[in-house]
Every structure is written in structure tokens, then in C-alpha cells.
Design a protein. Sequence first.
Length: 219
Amino acid sequence: MSTIRPVKRENSLSARVYLELRRALMTGVYKPGEKVTIRAIADAAQVSFTPAREAVGRLIIEGALEYEGPKTVVVPVLNRHALEEVTAIRKRLEPLVTDLGAQRLSKPQVSQLHRIQNRLEKSMNRGNFREVLRQNEEFHFLIYRCSGFMYAVQMIESCWMRIGPSLNLLYPEFSISRAGISNHNALLAALEAEKPFEASNWITSDIEAGYARLSELIA
């Protein structure tokens, strides 16, 4: 006899809303300090108040959202300590899963990365930075998930939830310097040459470029 109780429909809706909110934070849909209302989330996700509230509550517990007042929920503003901590974790985990993922990527998946990068560059040229951030997340996590180290990927996702909103601050400066573009293209060249360790080094360079700029802005 099963010891698992039936799952209420509201709970499954809550999980879906949570995943959508999580992705939105990772891809910079929300900006630091922006207010997040449960009603607006419920309306956007076309769900009732309860699953939206549960999803927001879960993200507050994880530190991806926070209370500014009794009824006001906001996206946290990244401070120096949070930036240092998130960057330290990313610099250890993301090169690891890149090395492993690079060894397991199929040729069709490498071709898919090229297509994502092409879309990213076109969005950059149009000044559509929100789309740039979305394509950037897709590019990175296609590689990461190929590693098979899904627990590590989950931890990286948590880091991206925390830093994702602040990636908006990199633009338009990064559209001029093209730091992210050059790192991605060098990474793709390493993948084509079947040099996974070199690919992981370019991920480190990508993280460090973002850190350097955000560090200046926070200071």
C-alpha cells in the first residue's frame, strides 16, 4: 500500500508557477529592487491567488525574493557579500559541469549552441537586452545539463536566481565591449576542437567578466 498521499491540483499549479518565476529571475525578467505582486503573478500565469502565493513564498525561503514590508515583496538588490559568494560558487561549479558537458555534447547539440549564439548576437545588435539574457541562460544551461551532474546544475540555478536580475546592469556596456560574445565564441571554438578543459576556462572568463563589471557598479 502506498504511503504517498494524493497531490492536490493547487500544489502542482504552485510548482509550475514556481518554475516560471525561477526562470524569470534567472533570465533577468525582473530587475533588482523591483516589486513582485502575487496578484500580478497570478494574472500573468492565469492561475488563482493560492498557487501564486505559494510559489512566491517558496522563493522567499530560498532568498530569491524578500519582504520589503509586511505585504511588499521585492527582488533583492545584490550587495558585495552576495556577489562574492555567488561568484565563488559559480567559478567552482560551472567550469566543472562545462568540462563534463563538453565531453558529452553531441554534434547536433553543438549546432544548437551555434544557433542560440546567433540569436543572442542578433538580439544584442537590436538592443534587445532582455532577449540577450534569455538566450544567454539557454546557451549556458544546454552545456551544463549535458554534464549529467544535475545536483550541481540545481545549485548553479540557485546562483543564477540570485544574480540574474543584476545581469540587467551589464547592459548596454556589454553590448559595446562584447565581452560575453567573445567568450561564447571562444568556447564554441573549443567545443569544435574537442577541448573540454579549454571550454571550461572560457566559462570562467565569462563569469569573471560579469563579476568585474558588477563589482564596479556595486562599489
